[in-house]
Design a binder for this molecule. Structure first.
Ligand SMILES: [Zn+2]
Length: 190
C-alpha cells in the first residue's frame, strides 16, 4: 500500500511526480502469477494519462476484472446487477445507490436511479455528436469533443475527474441501462 503525497509521489510508469490527486490513479489488486510483470504496479499510483496510454493497460484491466469476478462468486459484493465489459455494478439497497466500478478506466462512481436515467440520455446525445452538459447533484457531465468529462464533487471539492473516451461510451450506455431497467423491475414488484 502506498500513500499519495502531492507533488512528491512518483508515477510508476513515467517516473515523474504526480502534481495533483485528480491526475493520479491508484492501481487495484489483480489476479496474476508471481512472475507477472504486472505485479509491481499493484496498489501503486500512476498518472491517469500514463495508464490510459500504457501498453499493459488491457492486460492489467483484465486481471483486475477477473479478480472482481472471483470476489462476486465469493460473496464480497452486496447485490451485483451487472458484470460485463469491465464493469461491476453493485446495488446498495439501504442507501438506494448503485456503485459502478469500471475496471478499464479504473473509476468508481455512486449513482442513483434518476442520475442513471439522465446520464443514459446524455451519453446517447454525446455519442451522436451533440454538445451538451448535464448537472445532477454532485455529478457534472460535460461533452468534450467526442468524449465525456465527468466531475464528481464532494461539496465544493473535486472528488474525482475522468474522461470517458468515445470508444467506451456505448459500454456506459449498456451499463447505465441496466440500472434504469433494474429499478423498473423493482417498481413493478413493490
Ligand atoms: Zn506518469
Amino acid at each position: 500500500m502506498s500513500f499519495y503525497i502531492e507533488k512528491t509521489t512518483k508515477c510508476l510508469i513515467c517516473g515523474k511526480p504526480i502534481e495533483s490527486f485528480k491526475e493520479a490513479v491508484l492501481l487495484p489488486y489483480i489476479i496474476s502469477d508471481k512472475s507477472s510483470s504486472l505485479l509491481p504496479f499493484v496498489k501503486k499510483y500512476v498518472h491517469r494519462k500514463c495508464f490510459d496510454n500504457w501498453n499493459k493497460r488491457d492486460e492489467f484491466a483484465q486481471s483486475a476484472f477477473k479478480l472482481g469476478e472471483n470476489m462476486i462468486r465469493e460473496g464480497h459484493y452486496e447485490n451485483v446487477i451487472y458484470y460485463d465489459k469491465y464493469f461491476i455494478i453493485d446495488y446498495q439497497k439501504k442507501e438506494n445507490f448503485y456503485k459502478v466500478r469500471d475496471f478499464l478506466l479504473i473509476f468508481e462512481i455512486l449513482i442513483n436511479k434518476e442520475q442513471a436515467e439522465n446520464a443514459v440520455n446524455f451519453f446517447k446525445k454525446v455519442y451522436l455528436g451533440d454538445n451538451s452538459k448535464l448537472e445532477h447533484g454532485n455529478i457534472v457531465f460535460n461533452s468534450q469533443g467526442k468524449d465525456i468529462l465527468i466531475i464528481d464533487y464532494d461539496k465544493d471539492e473535486i472528488n474525482d475527474e475522468i474522461i470517458i473516451p468515445h470508444f467506451r461510451i456505448n459500454d456506459y450506455i449498456t451499463a447505465l441501462d441496466k440500472i434504469v431497467k433494474h429499478n423498473e423491475n423493482n417498481n413493478r414488484e413493490y
